[in-house]
Design a protein around this ligand. Structure first.
Ligand code: ZN
Length: 340
C-alpha cells in the first residue's frame, strides 16, 4: 500500500495531528448504524442468539498461523511475475485445495514497469460455499515490493515482506481451517481473494493496485451471478506490536462497515483495534470501493517500524497478532445477519 504524503508522488502522509483524530464511540451508536452502504446486509448488534453460534468454538492456532508466515517467507522475495511468486501461487492453491475450497485464478497481462515486457499477473480466489449468491470478500495482496526502498542502509537489498505481503496470506491460510464452520448457517458465501500487483513498483511513477483494479473493473463490467455485500482488506496485520487504527479512506467509503469491525473487536476484547482515525492509506480497498462499488474496509497496522525495509522479516511478526485479527474477523462474521 502507499501512504499519501503531501508533496510526494505516491506517499502523502496524512497522519492526523494529535488530538484531531476523531474519537469514534462504538457504544450508543446513532440510528442508522447497522446498515451499510449496501441495503442488502445489515447488522444485528445486540441480538441474542437462541443457539450459540458454531464460531464460538473456533480456536485459531497462532503457532500454525506463524508457521504459514515463515513458510511463505522462506520462498524469498515474491514480486509479481517472479519465480518466488509462482512458488507462492502453488503453495496457496495446494493449501486451499486440501481444505476442499474451490480455487480459481484470474489472469491478466501488464507491462513490466522497467522493461516493458509482458508480465502475467494472477489474482487468486478461494471460494467457500460457491452456490451462495450473497458473498463477502476477505482480501489481501500477496505480491511483495521489488525492493526495500525505505531501508536507510540497503534500499536495493532483499525484501521478504513478512508483514507487508505474507501476514495477510498466513491469516487467510489459518482461517481456511475454520471459515466453513463459521459460515455454515449464515446463508452467505465467502471469497478469499489474493491480489497480485499491489506494489509492482520500481519508481514513484509506477502504478499500484494492478490486481485489485483489474478485479474491480471485471466485477463491474461482467455482472457476475453473485454479489459481494462488502469486503475486508488485510494488510500488515502481523506486527509483534500490533496497533490498528481506523483508516481514513475506509471511514470515508465504508463507515458503517468500519464501525462494525471495531465494534466486533471490542466484543472480542481485542484492544489492539483502536477506535480512532489515524492514517489515510491508499491500498487495494480503493478500487473495490470506487470502481467495484463494494464497501470495503482496510485493516492495516501502519505503525510498523520496518515498513519497506530489509527488516520486515518473520521475527518482527507474531502468530498471536495474526490470530487477534482473525478473532475480530470471526466475531464480525458471526454478527452478520443470515442471508435470505
Ligand atoms: Zn508495501
Amino acid at each position: 500500500m502507499a501512504m499519501r504524503r503531501p508533496g510526494g508522488k505516491r506517499l502523502r502522509a496524512a497522519l492526523a495531528a494529535a488530538g484531531l483524530g476523531a474519537l469514534v464511540g462504538v457504544a450508543g451508536l446513532p440510528d442508522g448504524f447497522g446498515r451499510w452502504e449496501t441495503d442488502r446486509v445489515s447488522l444485528r448488534a445486540g441480538v441474542a442468539c437462541a443457539q450459540p453460534p458454531a464460531s464460538e468454538n473456533v480456536r485459531l492456532d497462532s503457532r500454525r498461523a506463524y508457521q504459514y508466515l515463515v513458510r511463505i517467507c522462506r520462498i524469498g522475495p515474491r514480486p509479481s511475475g517472479s519465480a518466488g511468486m509462482a512458488r507462492q501461487q502453488a503453495l496457496i492453491a495446494e493449501h486451499f485445495s486440501k481444505l476442499k475450497a474451490e480455487v480459481q485464478f484470474q489472469s491478466f497481462e501488464v507491462s513490466h514497469p522497467l522493461t516493458g515486457a509482458s508480465v502475467r499477473l494472477q489474482n487468486i480466489f478461494v471460494v467457500w460455499h460457491p452456490e451462495r449468491k450473497d458473498r463477502i470478500l476477505l482480501a489481501c495482496h500477496y505480491d511483495t515490493r521489488p525492493f526495500p526502498d525505505r531501508d536507510p542502509y540497503n534500499p536495493r537489498g532483499k525484501f521478504i515482506g513478512a508483514n507487508d505481503g505474507a501476514s495477510g496470506v498466513a491469516l487467510l491460510m489459518e482461517l481456511g481451517h475454520h471459515i466453513r464452520q463459521v459460515t455454515e448457517n449464515s446463508g452467505f458465501g465467502v471469497d478469499f481473494v489474493f491480489f497480485d500487483g499491489e506494489e509492482f513498483v520500481f519508481s514513484a511513477n509506477d502504478k499500484y493496485f494492478l490486481g485489485s483494479e483489474h478485479f474491480a473493473r471485471q466485477y463491474r463490467s461482467e455482472r457476475p451471478k453473485h454479489r459481494y455485500s462488502c469486503g475486508v482488506l488485510l494488510d500488515m496485520i502481523g506486527d509483534k506490536r500490533l496497533t490498528i487504527y481506523m483508516e481514513r479512506n475506509s471511514w470515508k467509503h465504508a463507515r458503517a462497515l468500519t464501525e462494525s469491525i471495531w465494534a466486533a473487536a471490542r466484543r472480542a476484547g481485542v484492544r489492539e483495534f483502536i477506535p480512532k482515525l489515524k492514517y489515510e492509506v491508499s491500498d487495494d480497498h480503493l478500487p473495490l470501493n470506487q470502481i467495484a462499488g463494494i464497501p470495503t474496509c482496510d485493516i492495516i497496522d501502519f505503525d510498523y517500524p520496518y515498513w519497506h525495509t530489509t527488516r520486515d522479516v518473520p521475527t518482527a511478526c507474531s502468530g498471536a497478532s495474526l490470530v487477534k485479527v482473525g478473532r475480530v474477523l470471526i466475531e464480525w462474521i458471526r454478527e452478520l445477519p443470515p442471508s435470505e
